[in-house]
Ligand binder design. Structure first.
Ligand code: ZN
Length: 325
């Protein structure tokens, strides 16, 4: 496969595995995938049917399939792990979603154990419990949840995830629709109080791309996921701002593949086409499609292990157990 083929991206979903293998990757590490209790998923689909981006009918869910078929699709695409991002829109819902996620992780061997939280007193308990259970990824949604990320009821949750270094996918940008607490200012205020948080700002922070890129440059733990970015669908409605792609090039270790499967109005391959045609280089693609997400989700084989070096010098070196990667 030549460079020109690569910058076109895979033509169809069926072409994705060969295209990914052509980059020398073992698969995709997509950090923004939704699996939900089916009644909740049905409501989400009904919402997109009725409201779309700006009107009913302009957002046709491409993968409206039973759960087992959706799992088969992501495995065929080459996702090496399957996050199940859930989020609550009212109090009393997150603990139930977390139980559902725990069950999903038990019955789906390649699941990434996920969780969510909402500003409510119980968050002080169910977030540490989820971490103890081995949850490796959280999601929360400022628009849908209609909460301020700095709500004091969330302090114990932020403190616990910061301490654990577990990433939180945060929908905080004002796109496609602004909320009372969306935008970079509340996230900046949150980071002043919890500067070591590992955050993954969904949709590159659309439409406040530059402001969220500022936060990613300023804070070691702030990442950006590519969800829907650069696709024809989004470019026609909320295009990337000028002078932005060079910033993404510099943020190579902070940009993470996300696609919003299954709730997208186009085939998955189109997300990869969108990233490929930015033409930021194969090395950038390798980090974004695999290494960064694999590191954040703690997947095995983040990088190929180097062959063990011969050790002719018997002198004691540093204890490798101390070094840790
Ligand atoms: Zn999403």
């Amino acid at each position: 496969m030549g460079k020109d083929d690569r910058t076109d991206g895979p033509a169809t979903d069926a072409d994705v595995p060969a295209w990914v293998a052509g980059l020398g990757l073992p698969g995709l590490a997509d950090i923004h995938v939704h699996f939900l209790p089916q009644p909740v998923m049905d409501k989400v689909w009904a919402y997109f049917d009725a409201h779309g981006w700006s009107e009913g009918g302009d957002w046709t869910i491409h993968y409206r399939l039973p759960e087992d078929e959706r799992l088969a699709v992501v495995r065929h695409l080459g996702l090496r792990a399957v996050p199940a991002l859930t989020y609550a829109h009212k109090p009393g819902m997150a603990a139930w979603l977390n139980e559902w996620c725990a069950d999903f992780a038990r019955r789906v061997p390649d699941a990434v154990p996920c969780g969510t939280f909402f500003p409510e007193p119980e968050a002080a308990h169910y977030v540490p419990e989820a971490l103890e259970r081995g949850v490796r990824l959280f999601k929360t949604h400022v628009t849908v949840g209609d909460f301020d990320p700095t709500d004091p009821l969330l302090d114990p949750a932020w403190a616990a995830v910061q301490e654990a270094g577990v990433p939180v996918v945060l929908h905080a940008g004002s796109g496609p629709h602004p909320g009372r607490h969306t935008g970079p200012a509340p996230v900046a205020a949150l980071l002043r109080r919890f500067p070591r948080l590992v955050l993954v700002i969904a949709h590159l922070g659309m439409p406040e791309h530059h402001e969220f890129a500022d936060l990613a440059e300023q804070y070691a733990g702030v990442h950006l996921d590519t969800t829907m970015a650069g696709t024809d669908y989004v470019q026609a409605r909320s295009p990337l701002p000028p002078d932005y792609l060079p910033r993404l090039r510099h943020l190579q270790d902070k940009v993470v593949l996300g696609a919003d499967f299954p709730n997208i109005p186009y085939p998955y391959a189109h997300q990869l086409q969108a990233l490929a045609r930015w033409d930021l280089g194969d090395d950038w693609l390798r980090d974004v499609l695999w290494h960064n997400g694999a590191r954040l989700m703690r997947l095995p084989q983040t990088r190929p292990e180097p062959a063990p070096a011969p050790a002719p010098d018997p002198a004691p070196g540093p204890d490798p157990a101390e070094g840790g990667r």
